[in-house]
Design a protein around this ligand. Structure first.
Ligand SMILES: Nc1ncnc2c1ncn2[C@@H]1O[C@H](COP(=O)(O)OP(=O)(O)OP(=O)(O)O)[C@@H](O)[C@H]1O
Length: 311
């Protein structure tokens, strides 16, 4: 369990993390989502004591990270900045860590197998591909058999097989009852693996939610329906949980809370001919973009030249 209370980090004038309150619970995968520069890595660094908060606090399994007597057994973390000696083999790298934390060789062999590194374990880590490096980082995070696992952008740069592997690993760890906290700036990736979503932008909490609620908040499934009598159609469709919008003078209505099929039947029942009846599902990616639009640090700009006005 990870608990942040009013967690804040300032770098000079810049507030990287701004009064964040959240709880990451065991037994599920919690996605930590936000655009670039939202403060995800800074938050994760504070969780494992690599950065000190400027305000507020964060605890892991009830205590500050530094107060745990065996922190590696409490939290295993894969953070972006890796510090692997390039000349050392994967096995030696893990053994060195295991040694300083009183972890037996047997556990090193277990994590090598768990992360599929058997065939390359004796090779120099410096020669590893990005995917192998990520697997090694994850092996190190799992070394202490921790109850809490935290991974910063673990799928970055991985091939589809690696992405699938991480997905299965994360859901397996959560099914074991562990706390799994994983950051990403890709909504599509998180939607496949996370049950719980903590969404941040410019250091602030934007949403503490789950996939279904996020879609619902973003408008859910909308049906566009057109007829020559939108006012009458509005009347017959009105009901509890049904929301209808439409511009004045337009034949089109946008309906949420009712399926296209049900709308078709209702219209037929009242003899209202329809010209159009189409459903649109809000994509999670769109919901995420709507939520974080104002929090994106760098927007792409497109310059359109008006014909005839060019110099
Ligand atoms: N050591 C530092 N000194 C000054 N500013 C920093 C430092 N570390 C991070 N920042 C700034 O704090 C903000 C949050 O950065 P952070 O790396 O935590 O975001 P992030 O959500 O992990 O982004 P990304 O997805 O790009 O890694 C950014 O604007 C970043 O430039």
């Amino acid at each position: 369990m990870i608990e942040a209370q009013q967690l804040t980090k300032r770098y000079g004038e810049k507030t990287a993390v701004d009064q964040l309150d959240f709880v990451v619970k065991p037994g599920t995968v919690t996605g930590f989502l936000g655009p670039n520069g939202a403060g995800k890595s800074t938050t994760m660094r504070m969780i494992v004591g690599l950065d000190a908060p400027s305000g507020g606090s964060v605890s892991v399994n009830g205590k500050h990270y530094a107060r745990h007597t065996a922190p590696l057994q409490e939290v295993g973390a894969l953070l972006e900045a890796k510090s692997i000696h390039p000349g050392r083999s994967a096995f030696d790298h893990l053994m060195a860590q295991a040694h300083t934390h009183g972890i037996p060789r047997r556990r090193v062999e277990e994590v090598i197998e768990l992360t599929g590194l058997q065939s390359v374990a004796k090779k120099r880590a410096g020669a590893f591909s990005l995917g192998m490096g990520q697997r090694l980082g994850i092996a190190a995070a799992l070394l202490g058999d921790p109850a809490t696992i935290m991974l910063d952008e673990p799928v970055n740069g991985l091939d589809p097989e690696g992405v699938l592997w991480i997905r299965n690993l994360l859901t397996g760890l959560a099914a074991d009852g562990r706390t799994v906290f994983v950051s990403s700036h890709l909504m599509s990736e998180m939607a496949l693996v996370a049950d719980h979503l903590i969404i941040v932008g410019r250091g602030r909490l934007l949403a503490d939610t789950n996939v279904q609620d996020l879609i619902r908040q973003a408008g859910g499934d909308t049906v566009t329906v057109a007829s020559d009598n939108p006012a009458r159609l509005r009347e017959v469709l009105a009901g509890p949980g049904v929301e209808i919008t439409g511009e004045v003078g337009s034949e089109e209505l946008h309906v949420t809370g009712m399926s296209a099929r049900a709308i078709g039947f209702k219209a037929a029942e009242h003899g209202i001919p329809l010209f159009e009846l189409s459903s649109r599902t809000v994509s999670l990616e769109q919901a995420f973009m709507d939520l974080t639009r104002d929090a994106v640090e760098y927007h792409a700009t497109t310059t359109v030249e008006t014909p005839g006005r060019a110099a």
